[in-house]
Write a protein that binds this ligand. Structure first.
Ligand code: MD3
Ligand code: FE
Length: 217
């Protein structure tokens, strides 16, 4: 009996869970293609390894980053920006694999944002203890485009606030395969990630990898 009820829910597609106006959680959306997606990420990080960048204030981030796509997000003592080249190698960032781009486009469409065409994919790696303090993403030219985030590996506590840094924050647990689309009134919300708890993930070991697809230019 319960099997039939669950079958019916699965036939309706993955759960869509609104977190706030403009923010839609697609629980497990990336799971069906997890193996191919993780292989694609490994190919990118072989070409453009994860590195811990320095903020304009001179602090080294606890999260290690790399990018794929026409442009990538970078930070150093001179500021935050999108750059067509990897500053460590001087080479263009690795291309955005069609599988990754299509996943982001489909998620955006399912969440109600048609014609999302990402030109940047920032890839964040959290090891135990790594965190990201509350911030807004506003280095992108087209704030009408959403950001699509994809989480793999260890679970994280995601903090989602309001348009002011001091607004109350909601906490959401994001796990392997979860996808969230952030647009409209959620696009400029403050957000962050709590310190990663240690653990062992079957596919990724002691880490969390998060991808954010953006329309930067
Ligand atoms: C809400 N990354 O790279 S993804 C970031 O898990 C970043 O690595 C976090 O924040 C991570 O900038 C969070 C979820 C996310 C991404 C962008 C957003 C939520 C957002 C932009 C606006 C509002
Ligand atoms: Fe962010």
């Amino acid at each position: 009996m319960t099997a039939d009820l669950f079958d019916g829910l699965e036939a309706a597609g993955p759960a869509r869970e609104p977190l706030a106006p403009g923010a839609m959680l697609l629980r497990g959306f990336a799971r069906p293609q997890e193996t191919e997606l993780i292989s694609a990420i490994e190919a990118i990080t072989a070409q453009a390894p994860f590195r811990r960048m320095v903020t304009p204030g001179g602090h080294q981030m606890s999260v290690a980053m790399t990018n794929c796509g026409p442009v990538g997000w970078v930070t150093d003592r001179s500021g935050y920006r999108y750059d067509a080249r990897d500053p460590d190698s001087g080479q263009p960032w690795p291309a955005m694999p069609p599988l990754l781009r299509q996943l982001a486009e489909q998620a955006a469409t399912d969440a109600g944002f048609a014609a999302f065409a990402p030109d940047a994919c920032l890839i964040n790696r959290y090891e135990p203890g790594a965190r990201m303090s509350l911030h807004q993403d506003r280095d992108e030219q087209d704030l009408g485009a959403p950001i699509v985030s994809v989480s793999f590996g260890l679970p994280a506590t995601f903090l989602f606030g309001g348009l002011k840094r001091t607004d109350k924050t909601q906490r959401h647990r994001l796990v392997h395969g979860d996808v969230v689309v952030w647009g409209g009134p959620a696009r400029l919300a403050f957000h962050g990630v709590g310190p990663l708890a240690d653990g062992e993930h079957a596919q990724l070991g002691r880490q969390r990898v998060n991808l954010t697809f953006r329309r930067a230019r």
